[in-house]
Every structure is written in structure tokens, then in C-alpha cells.
Ligand binder design. Structure first.
Ligand code: ATP
Length: 267
């Protein structure tokens, strides 16, 4: 039984400009993984080690995946996104091989951002199912991260979780996920920026981003995307009747907002 070991490789067209808010997080990503890639000699001159990844945590829909993809676009790197469940579920008994194949593929395609979603699924499996062989998978993951058998130069490793407390502390040692960043629900200026990004290039008429952002307390980036989708949906039928694109207004978006529930309130 030899599973296919090819994972999808993207060439993202989004960059940091497509991510609203998150200025300090973007800066951390620049310092920790982008600059070491573009200027390794400067880091080496100061004796700064290169390598290691960033673990992002926070409520769903607040842009962790989007930011990882934009990081790749920012440096013209390729992008591979893998859910840990994808590895755990699809190749039972063969997960370690798959994980190795995945890292190998990323190394061959460097520069490449390798993004792991739901990494907490790994930690949970270690404590809950000690005998199931998932411990081997964790050890495999750690040695791939450490680059023991092959260098990870040019492979930028990012991971995301909604439940960082489930992740085994071994993952947070130096050279592994030694930076942990909270990706919060967007604040008011970030919500304004996100809406502006989402409506860029679309027919709009004097949209007040400030008014909308104020009203959108508790809305995640994904919620805001839903708002824009609902507003466009409503506008489309109007436009179809008249045969021309009708611009979206603040009122259209406010109406759409009342139909979408904010998902991050409890965070
Ligand atoms: P999950 O934990 O559910 O995987 P996530 O934090 O990875 O969530 P994303 O999938 O990145 O969230 O976000 C969902 C969508 O919301 C993105 O595809 C993007 O369109 C939009 N979005 C979220 N945050 C932002 C942002 N800061 N700027 C622009 N768009 C955003």
C-alpha cells in the first residue's frame, strides 16, 4: 500500500496588503521568518540562528490561514496548506511516511511556506491515544521540524490552532515553534481595513467604512466576508433587473450585517 505523496502546491497572489490589520503580527513574521530567508548573512553575522516556525492561535475565521498564504505571496514563495487531520485520517498507519513526503516536497519546492492547520490534533493524540502509534507521528514531526536528516532552509513553517493548550510543549522548544502569536478578532480599524480590502475594485458608492466597522463589533474576518457576500447577493438581483451593476452603499452593507451573526463575541 503506497499512498500518493503529492500535496497541492499553490502560488499565492495575495500578499500582506491583502490582510487587514495585524500590523504587529506581520512585523513578527518579517523578523522571524521572512528576513532570515532574504538576508541570511545579516542574521548569521549576529550569530542569530535561522529556522524555527511560528505558531498562531486564536478564534476561527480571524485570518490565520489567510496570513500564512499572504506570507508566501509576500516573498514569492510557494504555499502548501495541510490540515493535521488530513494526515491523520487519510493514511492510517502510514502517517509518518506521509509527513516525511510532505516535508520533502516542501524542501524540493523551496522557497515554500508550509502551513499546518489544526496542529493541536497532534498533541491531543499523544495524550489520548498513547498506544495508537500517533506518538511516532509526533516524533516524526519533531525531527522533520528540527531538520535532522535534511535541511529546512527555504522552508518557512507556520502553524495554526484554536486550542494551543492542547499542543505538546515539545513543539515549542527553540528551533521548533518557538514563537507563539495570538491572532485576535479584528479591532475597529482592522475591521475597516478588511472591509476596504474586500470591496476593492467592486462597484461601491460612498461606503463609510468607519460606520460599518463600528457596527461590526465581534465580527471575524470570515464574518465580514459573509456580510459582503450577502450584500452582493442582494444587489445582484437588483442589478440583473436593470441590466447594469448597481453600486453597494453603506445601507446595503448594514442590512447585510444584521443578517450575519458575529462569531467571536465569547473570545
Ligand atoms: P480557522 O481557524 O477557521 O482555520 P482562520 O483564522 O484560518 O480560521 P481564515 O481562513 O484565514 O481564518 O479566514 C477566513 C476568511 O476571512 C479568509 O479567507 C479571508 O477572506 C477573510 N479574512 C480573515 N481575516 C482577514 C484579514 N485580516 N484581512 C482580510 N481578510 C481576512
Amino acid at each position: 500500500l503506497t499512498p500518493q505523496s503529492t500535496f497541492e502546491i499553490e502560488r499565492p497572489t495575495v500578499s500582506f496588503d491583502d490582510v487587514g490589520g495585524m500590523d504587529s503580527i506581520k512585523e513578527e513574521i518579517r523578523m522571524k521568518i521572512i528576513h532570515p530567508l532574504t538576508h541570511p548573512e545579516i542574521y548569521k553575522a549576529y550569530g542569530k540562528s535561522i529556522g524555527g516556525g511560528i505558531l498562531m492561535y486564536g478564534p476561527p475565521g480571524c485570518g490565520k490561514t489567510h496570513l500564512a498564504r499572504a506570507t508566501a505571496g509576500q516573498v514569492n514563495a510557494k504555499f502548501m496548506s495541510v490540515g493535521i487531520h488530513q494526515i491523520l485520517d487519510m493514511w492510517i498507519g502510514n502517517s509518518e511516511k506521509q509527513l516525511h513526503a510532505l516535508f520533502e516536497q516542501a524542501r524540493k519546492n523551496s522557497p515554500c511556506v508550509l502551513f499546518f492547520d489544526e496542529v493541536d490534533a497532534l498533541g491531543a493524540s499523544r495524550t489520548d491515544m498513547k498506544t495508537s502509534g500517533s506518538r511516532h507521528l509526533i516524533n516524526q514531526f519533531l525531527s522533520e521540524l528540527d531538520g535532522i536528516n535534511a535541511s529546512n532552509e527555504g522552508v518557512l513553517i507556520l502553524a495554526a490552532t484554536n486550542a494551543p493548550w492542547h499542543l505538546d510543549s515539545a513543539f515549542r522548544r527553540p528551533g521548533r515553534f518557538d514563537r507563539v502569536l495570538f491572532v485576535p478578532p479584528p479591532d475597529r480599524p482592522a475591521r475597516s481595513g478588511i472591509l476596504e480590502i474586500m470591496l476593492a475594485g467592486k462597484p461601491i458608492d460612498k461606503v463609510s467604512y468607519e460606520t460599518l466597522a463600528k457596527k461590526a463589533e465581534g465580527f471575524s474576518g470570515a464574518d465580514l466576508k459573509a456580510v459582503v457576500d450577502v450584500a452582493i447577493e442582494a444587489k445582484l438581483s437588483e442589478a440583473m433587473k436593470e441590466g447594469i451593476p448597481k453600486p453597494l452603499t453603506t445601507k446595503d452593507l448594514q442590512q447585510a450585517m444584521s443578517k450575519v451573526k458575529p462569531s467571536t463575541s465569547e473570545w
